[in-house]
Design a binder for this molecule. Structure first.
Ligand code: TXA
Ligand code: MG
Length: 383
């Protein structure tokens, strides 16, 4: 991938892009595709434009936004003059930009409005690789702040139709760039700490394995290769844990309307938990959820796993709605399908969604991070 500007030639696309760019310049939010998920964009350097994003999403003001740039010049224009790019950032930018990697930089309060950073001393910046996203930012000729284009707490949208269903009437322009290739949000990395370590604040589209590899290959002296630390929870969770909201009010994220139950089918259960057999769990489910009327059960399963290949029991009053998340050994496919799976089962008005655990390697780490947040319950299953 190159960091030069993409070329867009279709007159239709150009026309839509200029309408969208004009909207941005008029301080109106615009929904647009990126390679990770759809974003809800507004001019990053204008506080009132950025505040529209919080209003449209119903987003808590203490959750900072990612600033999107279309060129390295635009990046440098945002950074304090005194900032010296760490060696690790140079390697990560060379390899992963444009792409699904967000890096923290020191925030210059004279440049970046405090509404963007939620008063943090840092600002999160990324250069998306989606040609429509980069062309839009380049046309607006200004950095664009963009969270995922969903109502706060809902799964992130990976198609223009997902955005329309969620934000209908709240946003006047939605650019349709087809389905997102990555399907999960960018990986958020902090490499600014004095110890030089790379802290993954939110696992995402770029895997921890890939980040580690690039650092190992790019730095000659093995003693100088920074350690990569993974926070299993992102910044937002830590923040909430530090200042808990109303007791009893459970924080939900990536949650469809239906409750989500995470089925642990491979990991061993904790000591005090006896796993249920898959068949008996499925048979008892209706009685647990709604014994008196019929129910629809959504199942998000891997295509070739034991659960995915199970013959579903025929039960009076139970309709199974199965959605396949791809093969066990291809987590990139699962990443691409996860949010669509949650949103389409919701669309079918299921009463509950069961989702199968995936192996936490490569994209699996980010997948399980989102699944755990979406789930209100975890059950251990044997076969
Ligand atoms: O892939 C993506 O990153 C998508 C697309 C649209 O680019 N955007 C996205 O934005 O996921 P959002 O707002 O849904 O998530 C931003 C994440 C949050 O976890 C937020 O807490 C974190 O980035 N973040 C932003 N600024 C930060 C900062 N200064 N320090 C720590 N975390 C920050
Ligand atoms: Mg989001």
């Amino acid at each position: 991938p190159s960091t030069s500007q993409p070329r867009i030639t279709s007159p239709d696309t150009l026309n839509s892009l200029s309408v969208a760019a004009k909207n941005l310049i008029d301080l109106q939010p615009v929904a647009f595709p990126t390679e990770t998920v759809y974003g809800l964009g507004a001019l990053a350097l204008n506080s009132s434009a950025a505040s529209c994003i919080f209003a449209v999403k119903g987003r808590p003001p203490d959750n900072p936004l990612i600033v999107h740039v279309s060129s390295l010049d635009m990046l440098y224009g945002l950074l304090p003059r005194s900032f010296k790019m760490p060696e690790s950032y140079k390697l990560l930018i060379r390899r992963f930009w444009p792409g699904a990697l967000t890096l923290l930089f020191p925030s210059d309060p004279n440049t970046i409005p405090s509404i963007i950073t939620a008063n943090q001393p840092t600002v999160a910046i990324r250069m998306p690789s989606h040609p429509v996203a980069r062309a839009l930012i380049a046309l607006a000729n200004a950095p664009v702040a963009a969270p995922s284009a969903n109502s706060s707490g809902k799964p992130s949208p990976t198609t223009a139709e997902h955005v329309r269903r969620d934000l209908d009437g709240k946003v006047s322009v939605i650019l349709d760039g087809g389905a997102c290739g990555v399907g999960l949000e960018s990986t958020v990395v902090d490499g600014l700490q004095p110890d030089g370590k790379i802290r993954v604040l939110r696992p995402g589209g770029i895997t921890v394995e890939d980040i580690t590899k690039v650092l190992q290959e790019g730095i000659q002296d093995p003693k100088l290769v920074p350690q990569v630390l993974v926070h299993r929870r992102d910044y937002r969770d830590e923040h909430l844990e530090a200042a808990p909201s109303t007791p009893g009010m459970k924080y939900r994220h990536y949650s469809p309307t239906a409750p989500v139950i995470l089925l642990m089918t491979a990991s061993p259960p904790p000591e005090n938990v006896t796993p249920s057999s898959a068949q008996s769990f499925l048979v008892r489910l209706k009685d647990e959820i709604q014994p008196s009327s019929s129910i629809k059960v959504g199942l998000l399963v891997l295509t070739d796993s034991t659960l995915g290949t199970l013959t579903l029991p025929t039960i009076d009053g139970v309709e199974w709605c199965r959605y396949e998340l791809g093969p066990v050994d291809d987590p990139a496919v699962t990443a691409r399908r996860l949010f669509d799976g949650l949103l389409s089962l919701d669309q079918q008005h299921v009463d509950v969604i069961l989702i199968e655990e995936v192996n936490e390697t490569n994209e699996g780490l980010a997948i399980m991070n989102r699944v755990r947040k979406a789930a209100s319950e975890v059950r251990w299953i044997t076969f």
